[in-house]
Ligand binder design. Structure first.
Ligand SMILES: [Zn+2]
Length: 370
């Protein structure tokens, strides 16, 4: 990453300054780590608290990248909250190693399965006992049960003019929050298409909505098509969002266009890999969404039959494969919401790309009017 030599040259003074950046500038920052087609989203609140949603894959590469982003870029020494969307290795795999690199505070998780979460049978259950051990045993201050309606108790910057901040679980284990009072039927409800999919733990994925004043962000983990439908049909439980983290790395089993078009995001960010996600149906669903301006990708998809699905290079953080050897650093995407919540800036530090967007004020749907 570009920041590393600067930090080395500038020494402790800059490091110290960065360590307090979240407290002094009161922005809400979101970082997408490059975990090669897994999930790992780091959020730093205006009060300086850190939240990590998922932790990529095991093997040292992803935990090292997450640690680097947290400590050297975001300037935090601890993960205050660790949130687990579901129990696949590209989402749980890094946290055991990360816990050895930096302390982890409060964990929010669904009930950890005692068997293969995809129901693979006795031999798969045996493999799960081994592969999940690092997850089941990593050190933290406390482990808490996560379910639909769980609100992470984040601090708000004290003082007049500070914006409300809320991070809420909308769905987990196929259970949803109650519809808001007075919610009306989604006008897109008659467009739903049902797909018959093999059940996996993706169906049980937790999904989160982060509100900061008028700004709204969606992280749906790997929630799948038919359960995405239930987020917005018969009524939209979320309303419109500014930034949509593309579900499930951009795979076609997810990213139901009824969900995307009901959210009507201004910007999407896809945590894909150079050979994972970025499916044509997902990209078409995003491109046809009302009000969308730009689509970011953590990786350019390098597969020949996926090249046409890519967003322009300037919106990709990694244009080449960075998966091997594991010492190659991955490039992050950073989003920073202004303290008044009225605008947000997305940067790709490795390329210098930066673009500012206006928060869509007075959003339609539940909670849209602040
Ligand atoms: Zn995944």
């Amino acid at each position: 990453m570009k920041l590393r030599p600067c930090l080395a040259a500038c020494g402790l003074f800059l490091l110290a300054a960065r360590a307090h950046a979240g407290l002094s500038d009161h922005t809400l920052d979101i970082y997408w780590n490059d975990v090669e087609g897994g999930g790992s989203t780091l959020i730093i609140t205006p009060a300086g608290e850190s939240i990590l949603i998922d932790s990529g894959s095991p093997g040292g590469r992803d935990s090292a990248r997450i640690h680097d982003t947290a400590v050297n870029v975001a300037g935090v020494k601890k993960i205050d909250y660790y949130l687990q969307t579901h129990f696949h290795m590209d989402h749980i795999g890094g946290v055991g190693e990360l816990a050895a690199l930096m302390p982890i505070g409060q964990v929010y998780e669904r009930t950890v399965p005692g068997h293969d979460p995809d129901g693979g049978g006795a031999s798969a259950d045996g493999r799960w006992q081994i592969s999940s051990k690092a997850y089941r045993t990593f050190a933290s201050d406390q482990r808490n049960h996560l379910q639909a309606g769980t609100v992470i108790p984040l601090k708000v910057v004290p003082g007049p003019g500070s914006l409300p901040l809320a991070l809420r679980c909308i769905v987990a284990d196929q259970k949803f929050v109650d519809p808001p009072a007075g919610a009306v039927k989604n006008p897109l409800a008659d467009q739903i298409v049902v797909h018959q999919l093999v059940p996996t733990d993706n169906d049980n994925s937790a999904a989160f909505v982060l509100d900061f004043g008028p700004f709204r962000f969606w992280d749906g983990g790997d929630l799948t098509w038919n359960f995405e439908t239930k987020v917005v049909v018969p009524v939209n439980l979320v309303g419109q969002v500014d930034v949509y983290q593309v579900d499930h790395h951009g795979l076609a089993f997810s990213n139901n266009p009824v969900l995307i078009h009901s959210f009507a995001p201004t910007v999407s960010v896809m945590n894909n890999g150079s050979g994972k996600g970025t499916e044509k149906s997902t990209v078409e669903g995003l491109k046809s969404s009302p009000g969308i301006l730009d689509m970011y990708q953590v990786h350019k998809d390098l597969r020949a039959d996926h090249l046409a699905n890519n967003t322009p290079d300037e919106f990709c953080a990694n244009l080449a494969s960075t998966s091997r050897p594991p010492t190659i650093p991955g490039n992050i995407i950073k989003l920073s919401v202004a303290p008044d919540g009225k605008s947000y800036t997305i940067t790709i530090p490795s390329t210098g790309h930066t673009k500012t967007y206006q928060t869509r004020m007075g959003k339609d749907g539940p909670g849209g009017q602040k």
